[in-house]
Design a protein around this ligand. Sequence first.
Ligand SMILES: C[S@@+](CC[C@H](N)C(=O)[O-])C[C@H]1O[C@@H](n2cnc3c(N)ncnc32)[C@H](O)[C@@H]1O
Length: 487
Amino acid sequence: MEDLQSALNEQGLTVSTVPEKGRCLLTARDFYPGEVIISQEPYVCVPNKSSVDSRCDGCFTSSNLKKCSACHVVWYCGSTCQKLEWKLHRLECQALSRLDKDRRKSVTPSILLMVKLYLRRKLQSEKVIPTTATDNYNLVEALVSHMSDIDEKQLVLYAQIANIVNFILQWPEINIKEIAENFSKFACNAHTICDSELRPLGTGLYPVISIINHSCLPNSVLLFEGRLAVIRAVQHIPQGDEVLISYIETAGSTMTRQKALKEQYRFTCTCPRCIKVGQSDDIQESAIVEGYQCKDDRCNGFLLRSSDDKGFVCQQCGLVRDKEEIRKIASELKLMSDKVLMSSSSGNYQETVSMYQKIDKLQRKLCHPFSISLMQTREKLLKILMELQDWREALAYCRLTIPVYQRLYPGFHPLLGLQYYTCGKLEWLLGDTEGAIKITSSKAVDILRVTHGTNTSFMKDLVLKLEEARAEASYKLSSKDELQDLP
Ligand SMILES: C[S@@+](CC[C@H](N)C(=O)[O-])C[C@H]1O[C@@H](n2cnc3c(N)ncnc32)[C@H](O)[C@@H]1O
């Protein structure tokens, strides 16, 4: 702990404890928007397992992969990643190779993550892999597990997968209870590793980053550069303040956020957004993001349950929407949502688009224009239309989501920056270089340079694209001028 304190002190940070949260990370100097507060390589990590594409165990890329010829479980993109992982994989490979074919296929990423955790601990204790103040198993031991809060069913599940890990490792001295506790630690400490566009790639355990607590109104953001976890300030954080990130999607209502935090992280959030629960502006916000549209579709009012509980009353124009009518649309939507899932898993994009468009139409009848469900449907349409390279339609949906993003997220939020980025990219693809410049430069870049930093390859590419767009726009402008000058 002392080693960790002095390593953190050098970075302008300190670890402390608060009764209601446990450990926390505090700043020992001021940090400014876009500044890296701390970064860490994973203690262990695994790529996601997907039926469509595998990923390299070293860098998580999905291209040019070759399966390990001995264990047939792990993939590498080349000798660099293979060599980098070799010390650990040598032991992992031996263990996995002992399994029969069917058992190997059923090894999930979380089981692999646990196997790696034990192997890395062994290699560090045998000094095959060096330890440092920020890279050692003691830090994993210090992570919260919330074992006493876990219900019987979950405990049984953890014990079952702990037995699988035991079966793979076959170490006589292994402690099943400890493995089960480590699974519980994964649940509230592991992070989903994403690419720059926030697409999930894998899972990693970062024991120092895991000291950082949650807020639904965070002052920092966690993003990844490859497997490196990077925490950046998104606002000025004065010396002595706590570094806070968000563990969950913050767009939801207070009830939704609190439920997600309780279920996975086992605490009740008391951040500045959450303490407003039940206050009139919090009730209004919930009714907007998760509630219904006024009966008069020209009215933007939000609806609250009527006193006789027979319907919902618009707080702007007073019109009442019947509960039964709402229930009918909601059950129709549920049916359609089940159907669209089947259609999208069958890979029929065109059919999926038309089904999502029907859902969109129905949701517009039911939900408030700033509803999260409606925005999520449009997000899905945007993604599929981009797959289909229907840039024009995709742009139309992307534009519809922007006002909702602006409302749901604080100014420097990676999702908001990325949505502007997608909008700009689509305008660029459609040849609208002036629009693309305006949106990409003034909005996306302004946000992403804070959340993503300026030195990442993603940002460098973005700035380069922007310069290209600017050059093209000025070329177009000068050609227009030249044409006008012609006699
Ligand atoms: C990733 S850990 C964060 C570090 C943790 N405080 C510790 O002592 O190791 C997540 C756990 O920290 C606690 N926690 C995080 N944010 C919190 C908050 N805003 N309020 C209360 N507890 C919080 C919860 O117990 C949660 O399961």
